[in-house]
Design a protein around this ligand. Structure first.
Ligand code: CIR
Length: 420
């Protein structure tokens, strides 16, 4: 990690130049079947398998772009005494464990970074502690390997997430401190806590925010991003000159595989997107709404027939490819459940997704995407430059159980501008 990276994300698909990752550690195993749900998991994970799979994602990204690890960045900023002091104070206040402050401040930066992510052990030196079923005074951040959600690059700034569930709030605090203080990153941050109105009703998570083009944002609203969260984003966009469109897609609240927009819709290329048909294309009760903003004012808000048609109307015609293929709704449901619609673009027409979703991959292959196993990239068996369109596949037997895929596990901070 040497030079400073300036945030610049004006699309979902521009050639990637920097991404923040977090390799899963013990925090993904520190739960039981009985309490996995409060950790926002639908199953328990095996760490060694998850790590092997994750190494495929990491290995591929290291070949393609600059990667930064949350734990390294956090350890470095915790080496700055004022940052350590203020982050620990903020976390202890928010998680109502003020008595832990001293103990945490006494830890070295690397150990403190570990404990902030993997959990602070609960001392069993009081009767309450002894009798408690908990093992941690500060819970592990089970979901931090989904770096997409707790902060999001929005053009040349970073919007800090306002997490819908307390169990993920510390992730946003850590990311804010990193973006504010890391010597490797250069960006302004926007924190929804600065909102003038309805602060407590705002929730925003990165899985719901897609920067489609310089002038088009697509935002999902549902369990994780509230309508007040979208209103906060509108206020930010109003600060810019010119014409901007925010396309809002309502999402179902059940099952949990619909938590974010990127679980049912991702951008693959200048002219291709991945859709989960029942939510995105079929007539249903989940509305698509176009908000038109011009020179700082909301000019119009209107209902649209669906997301793909709305984008077409904005001069972004996209051919939809179907998660799970076109024929069988059961297969579509199965592959969507395992993050089959959740792709991370490393460039236009160049994406990463799970190998397990074979019907989705077949659909992509039928539309010109070469299917390339991650191992072939990592072992230099193939030259990626030889392909115009590809999907690199990583194993996701365990990772997918955490509830997300390639896009969820990546937080891009810099992309080249796209020539449309
Ligand atoms: N963008 C995403 O869809 N991220 C996946 C987050 C999964 C995680 N278990 C959660 O429920 O927050």
């Amino acid at each position: 990690m040497s030079e400073t990276i300036q945030t610049s994300v004006y699309s979902e698909i521009g050639e990637i130049e920097g991404v923040i990752l977090h390799t899963p550690g013990s925090e993904v195993e520190n739960m039981t079947p009985g309490n996995a749900e409060r950790a926002l998991y639908s199953d328990i994970l095996n760490l060694s398998v998850a790590q092997e799979e994750y190494q495929q994602l990491h290995g591929v990204l290291c070949k393609i772009t600059k990667t930064l690890q949350v734990k390294d960045l956090l350890t470095e900023i915790l080496g700055i005494p004022e940052v350590k002091e203020s982050l620990v104070r903020k976390i202890c206040k928010s998680e109502e464990v003020r008595s832990l402050r001293k103990r945490m401040l006494n830890l070295e930066a690397a150990e403190l970074a570990n404990q902030l992510i993997e959990g602070v052990p609960l001392n069993k030196d009081s009767l309450t502690g002894f009798l408690s079923d908990e093992r941690n005074a500060l819970r592990p951040l089970h979901n931090f390997f989904f770096t997409r959600d707790a902060s999001m690059a929005l053009y040349n700034q970073v919007l800090i997430g306002k997490m819908a569930n307390k169990v993920r709030s510390r992730e946003a605090m850590v990311m804010e401190a990193i973006f504010k203080h890391s010597a490797h990153l250069n960006t302004k941050t926007i924190n929804p806590d600065s909102a003038k109105h309805d602060k407590n009703k705002i929730t925003i998570e990165g899985g719901d925010l897609l920067v489609a083009r310089e002038d088009i944002l697509i935002v999902g609203t549902g369990l994780r991003t509230s309508t007040h969260g979208v209103d906060f984003i509108i206020e930010q966009i109003k600060k810019n000159n010119g014409k901007h469109s925010i396309v809002v897609q309502q999402l179902p609240s059940k099952p949990e595989s619909f938590i974010h927009l990127d679980m049912v819709f991702t951008l693959l290329d200048r002219d291709f997107c991945m859709v989960y048909d029942p939510i995105i294309m079929q007539p249903n009760k989940y509305q698509t709404i176009l908000i038109s903003i011009e020179d700082g004012k909301v000019k119009n808000i209107e209902k649209q027939s669906n997301l793909v048609q709305c984008l077409h109307g904005l001069g972004l015609p996209l051919k939809p490819l179907y998660c799970g293929g076109r024929k069988d709704i059961w297969i579509q449901e199965r592959e969507q459940w395992h993050s089959g619609a959740n792709f991370f673009a490393v460039g236009p027409g160049k994406v990463i997704g799970y190998a397990r979703n074979v019907y989705t991959l077949e659909e992509m292959n039928n539309n010109g995407f070469e299917v390339i196993p991650a191992a072939d990239v990592i072992n230099n068996k193939i030259n990626l430059n030889a392909y115009k369109k590809y999907v690199i596949t990583i194993n996701g037997a365990e990772l997918a159980r955490g509830g997300g895929g390639g896009r969820c596990m990546t937080m891009p901070i810099r992309r080249k501008k796209v020539e449309w």
